[in-house]
Structure formats: C-alpha cells, structure tokens
Design a protein around this ligand. Structure first.
Ligand code: NAD
Length: 247
C-alpha cells in the first residue's frame, strides 16, 4: 500500500456519487440495494427524451420527486468529514448528487460543483422560467399531475441533468479545474460509470494527482488509483480525512 500521498500538501479534489448518501437514507442507483438494480424500469424516468415524450412518465416523475427520501435526509459522517477537511485545506468537491448534503454539512457553497444539478429547483425546458421544487410540488398536491410552465406552457422538470441531456459547459469547466489542480483526488461512492463525471479521475491522474477510490464495488478507474478502499464510506472517509490532516 502506498501511503506517501497522504503527505501531499496541495489542493484536494473530491468526486462524490450516490454512495456517499446511502448512510443518509437515500438509495444509490447501481449498488446492491440501488433503485435501478431493484427496478430497471426506474432508469426510464431518468432519460430526458422519454420524459419529454411521455406525459404519463412525467406524472410518475413528479410523484417520485414528491416521495424522494432526500427531503428527510440529513448529512452523515462522510459529508461532515469532507466539510472538516475544507476548513483546513483547499478542497473542491465535484458531486454527482442532487441532494445538497455537502453544503448542509458545512462545505462552502462555492467549493461544491453540482455536476448533475440539484433537486430543489425546477426549470422549464422551453423558456427561462424557474421556480422552487416546493412550489411545483404544491401544484401537484393541488391536483395538477404534470404542472406546466405558467409563462409559456412548456414542460417543467427538476433542475437535474437527466441522461441524454446536454451538460452545462461552465459547470463541466469548473469540475475540470478542480480535477486538473488537485494533488490528491478522492473518488467516493460512485460506480464511475457516468461520463463525463467519471473521467475527472483520469484527468486528475494525468495532471499528476494521486487518485484514491473509496467504493464498496470495483470501478473502471480502480487501475488508475494509488489506493482503493472498500470499507464502508461512513467510517472510511472520516478516517482518510484524519490521516490527511495528520500528514
Ligand atoms: P451509483 O449508484 O452508480 O454507484 C454508487 C456506488 O456506491 C456503488 O458502486 C455502491 O457499491 C457504492 N456504495 C453505496 N453505498 C456505499 C457505502 N456505504 N460504502 C461504500 N460504497 C458504497 O452512483 P453514481 O456513480 O453516483 O451514479 C448515479 C447517478 O444517479 C449520479 O448521476 C447521481 O447524480 C444520481 N443519484 C443521486 C443520488 C443523490 O443525490 N443522493 C442518489 C441516487 C442517484
């Protein structure tokens, strides 16, 4: 095992996926108890072209948003450990998660890049209209199964990046900046199968970072890693943070 990376003193990049939030009660997609592993049909709900084409799917999507366990979720020890790390070191977090738990744990807003958007805002796919998810869900509760844009009548959706949807270029750029400037790059709780998020690992390594993968299951980027940690994230991440801070 290589331990020398812990002594590196430069910026720390972090890429997080759904696995960091499973201890907060939010299931991941591809883990053994993942939403897609248990119900492959759920994957359809996350594909933009299906969402736009099928009003029934949109109605299901609004109910899934209403029932998302993330509304009740609290940050866990891993989110808090990364916030602690950010108080002592330069840390940039690229998160694939839409749950805002990094910010709620105390990671500075400006240090978190939400590469797949967030579930708390709603956007119109036709015009510039935006509103809060809470506001849109009030309309659903009042009987509108698929609320439309009050401005142009267009389709509303959560401010998340669905499969098949264009990513925001500035957001991808900000993520790349984090990866390219890192001495240490921690990839935590992601199956590393979704691009371009996963390729941030390669970018970081090619720019000279040590990649540390923390994930229960193998990932395609394990061969790129200086160290792979299979222990549960809730204990592994606080321990890694302690070790980095100890130098
Ligand atoms: P994924 O579901 O593909 O992979 C999660 C990985 O985390 C799995 O390999 C699993 O084995 C591992 N894992 C889960 N709990 C763990 C634990 N306690 N300890 C160690 N490992 C653990 O997740 P992904 O790579 O993030 O891709 C899923 C996509 O779905 C992302 O784009 C994300 O935006 C979205 N998503 C977000 C949330 C959220 O916001 N919390 C939840 C589900 C899905």
């Amino acid at each position: 095992m290589t331990t020398g990376w812990r002594q590196r003193t430069g910026p720390i990049g972090v890429l997080t996926g759904a696995g960091i939030s499973t201890d907060s009660g939010i299931p991941d997609f591809r883990g053994p108890r993942g939403v897609w592993t248990k119900d492959p049909i759920a994957e359809l709900l996350s594909t933009y072209q299906n969402y736009v084409a099928d009003p029934e799917l949109r109605q299901q999507a609004w109910l899934a948003r209403r029932d998302n366990p993330a509304w009740q979720a609290e940050p866990n020890d891993a989110h808090r450990a990364l916030a602690r790390l950010a108080r002592a070191r330069t840390v940039g977090i690229i998160t694939q998660n839409i749950d805002r738990l990094h910010q709620r744990a105390g990671s500075p807003q400006e240090s978190v890049v939400e590469i797949h958007g967030n579930m708390f805002d709603v956007v119109c796919i036709e015009c510039d209209y935006t509103t809060t998810m809470a506001g849109a869900l009030e309309r659903v509760a009042a009987g509108e199964a698929d609320p439309s844009c009050p401005g142009c009548g267009g389709i509303l959706k959560a401010a998340t990046i669905m499969f098949g949807q264009q990513m925001d270029a500035e957001t991808v750029w900000a993520a790349r900046e984090i990866a390219l400037s890192s001495d240490i790059f921690l990839a935590i709780g992601s199956s590393l199968q979704v691009e371009p998020a996963a390729s941030m690992c390669a970018l970081a390594v090619e720019a000279g970072a040590d990649l540390i993968v923390v994930n229960a299951e193998p990932t395609p980027y394990d061969p790129w890693a200086t160290e792979v940690v299979r222990d549960p994230i809730g204990t592994a991440v606080p321990q890694l943070v302690d070790e980095i801070l100890a130098g």
